[in-house]
Write a protein that binds this ligand. Structure first.
Ligand SMILES: Nc1ncnc2c1ncn2[C@@H]1O[C@H](COP(=O)(O)OP(=O)(O)OP(=O)(O)O)[C@@H](O)[C@H]1O
Ligand SMILES: [Mg+2]
Length: 146
């Protein structure tokens, strides 16, 4: 689907607690097979957002960046969460070779940090969430395409 035909929303967080509310709200709407493409500069909060998304799904263990694996699997919530970080990946083909499509089209929700590096390899209908810094410390802006 073309991006301009999709629902776009800009959500603003004044602090991390607002980020948590935004992530919980989105988590409540997710279904199996959803893929979230997370983009945004270093340190904007892609991992933090994923952590709250996991909490919103009812996953109670720690989420940190999957630095040494392409993907980390988290179970125990309403849906499984597959957390990708493709920052160190050489190419999108590597992502596909690693079996990512089994996750994307599987029984859980996939979140991809640094998705802009592999956007052409993600499902066309992936939810895109771009995070940027606001003016004040702790402020973040979420541009979402559902
Ligand atoms: N409103 C906010 N929402 C999310 N994180 C916030 C907010 N305000 C401050 N922070 C802080 O910003 C930092 C974000 O770090 P995080 O590792 O989540 O970013 P990242 O985008 O995943 O980084 P990287 O680019 O290295 O993967 C955390 O220390 C978090 O506490
Ligand atoms: Mg991160």
């Amino acid at each position: 689907m073309k991006e301009d035909q999709r629902e776009q929303r800009v959500l603003r967080a004044q602090d991390e607690n607002d980020t948590k509310s935004i992530a919980f709200d989105i988590a409540g709407r997710l279904k199996a097979g959803d893929v979230i493409a997370l983009t945004g500069d270093l340190g904007t909060g892609k991992t933090t957002f994923t952590k709250y998304l996991a909490q919103g799904l009812g996953i109670d263990h720690n989420i940190n960046s999957p630095t040494f694996n392409i993907v980390k699997e988290h179970y125990g919530g309403r849906l499984p969460l597959y957390h990708f970080d493709v920052y160190r990946l050489g190419s999108g083909e590597e992502l596909i070779d690693a079996g990512a499509e089994d996750y994307f089209y599987g029984d859980g929700v996939s979140v991809v940090e640094w998705a802009d590096l592999v956007m052409d390899y993600l499902p066309e209908d992936a939810i895109v969430i771009h995070i940027s810094y606001g003016e004040k410390e702790g402020e973040r802006v979420y541009r979402c395409i559902f």
